[in-house]
Design a protein around this ligand. Structure first.
Ligand code: ZN
Length: 50
């Protein structure tokens, strides 16, 4: 599996996205939505990947 990093707004770190899901938006672009992989952080991460 490809690891995709994203910026967590909660802990303010650039971390791999945990349980990432690809979501195709209405404008045709794809974003990866998941959770922060840092221990103890429950932040959500969303990143446009395509
Ligand atoms: Zn975090």
């Amino acid at each position: 599996m490809t690891e995709i990093n994203g910026y967590c707004l909660k802990c303010k770190n650039y971390v791999p996205i945990l349980n990432g899901k690809k979501i195709v938006m209405s404008n045709g672009r794809t974003r990866m939505a998941g959770s922060c992989s840092r221990d103890g952080c429950t932040g959500k991460i969303s990143k446009i990947i395509a």
